[in-house]
Design a binder for this molecule. Structure first.
Ligand SMILES: C[S@@+](CC[C@H](N)C(=O)[O-])C[C@H]1O[C@@H](n2cnc3c(N)ncnc32)[C@H](O)[C@@H]1O
Length: 323
């Protein structure tokens, strides 16, 4: 089954600073589509096709992500939408509100946005990239700050489906999610702002990853990085063992000083830490839309300052810098 989501993106970027992406991206996406042969992809695309067409009376991306009021649809249609959206569980990043349906996600991603947004340059009229965007919650909030175009990159198939499910209710041509990793994106120095939140610690080679982010920025463009850190000086970096807070794919957790040093050595300018926050069990928790284990189960039950493996509990920093 083929999908036309990306054709619209190619049209949108033809006359933009991203036009050079057209040299290689369509081929990569075509290859990706051929690889999506297993059952889930086709099943999910079919489910997306069943979402009813509605006329949302509310479109809000400024203070939250809300498309449509409850009154816009019948009770039957509302139930139908709930039933379809629940099939895309687990919903991790959000919350989203669609026609009065509150998708209460595992994460209060809005809290992260509140920690980040006050410290960044205005997104008005900017080309914005969100690397590791998940289901796109923050992308909508970036659009709410009047970005000219928001492009997300995330290799997770489920997140792409969740993004398309939400976009169904507000098919705004300025927002697109591409199912590719940071390392696959054409490096054309095209973006005014690049975000990458919650991804650095998943990368085996964090310096290469930071360089990839830099190569997406135009000179003078802004990088907004959010990641797990540990306390310590510029020589402190925790390398996780088999698991960190039960996650298997965690590599390096630097101190903020070490991370700022990495970024300065890579040539970023004006590198600064603008926020430091402990992740609480109120910010990351099980809900009706993500009903398996969550942070409370990944911490030491007798001491919430430690993970279940005995590492320092999650502490997250926001770092801003320029190219
Ligand atoms: C913890 S989530 C963060 C989601 C969102 N940015 C946030 O802050 O809530 C990490 C995301 O990084 C994505 N990811 C993993 N490897 C990646 C890569 N090589 N390039 C881009 N994204 C990647 C995962 O699919 C996942 O959606």
């Amino acid at each position: 089954m083929s999908v036309s989501w990306f054709n619209q993106f190619y049209k949108e970027i033809a006359e933009s600073p991203l036009s050079a992406w057209l040299e290689s991206l369509p081929g990569q996406i075509a290859t990706w589509q051929k690889e999506q042969l297993h059952g889930d992809f086709n099943k999910w695309v079919k489910l997306l096709g069943k979402l009813p067409k509605t006329e949302p009376s509310v479109i809000n991306t400024k203070d939250k992500v809300e498309f449509g009021a409850a009154d816009d649809v019948s009770e039957y249609t509302q139930k139908q939408i709930v039933g379809l959206l629940k099939q895309f569980m687990p919903w991790r990043k959000g919350p989203f509100n669609v026609h009065g349906i509150h998708i209460d996600t595992e994460w209060r991603s809005d809290w992260k946005w509140d920690r980040v947004q006050p410290h960044i340059q205005s997104l008005e009229n900017r080309y914005v990239l969100d690397v590791g965007c998940g289901s796109g919650y923050h992308m909508w909030r970036m659009l709410g700050e009047n970005a000219k175009m928001v492009v997300g990159a995330d290799p997770s198939q489920l997140f792409l489906m969740q993004f398309q499910a939400i976009k169904h209710f507000n098919p705004d041509p300025r927002i697109h999610l591409l199912p590719v990793g940071a390392e696959q994106l054409p490096e054309k120095n095209a973006f005014d702002t690049v975000f990458s939140m919650g991804v650095l610690y998943h990368r085996k080679s964090p310096l290469d990853f930071l360089q990839q982010l830099k190569n997406q920025l135009r000179p003078g463009g802004e990088l907004v990085l959010e990641t797990l850190v540990v306390e310590g000086d510029e020589n402190t970096v925790l390398m996780a063992g088999d698991r960190y807070a039960q996650m298997r794919n965690v590599w390096f957790l630097p101190s903020t000083d070490a991370l700022c040093l990495w970024m300065t050595r890579l040539g970023f300018k004006h590198v600064r830490v603008v926020d430091l926050a402990k992740t609480t069990i109120e910010e990351q928790r099980a809900t009706q839309w993500m009903d398996s284990q969550s942070l409370v189960d990944f911490l030491d039950p007798n001491d919430h300052t430690k993970t279940i493996e005995g590492y320092p509990a999650p502490l997250r920093a926001v770092i801003v810098a320029e190219r």
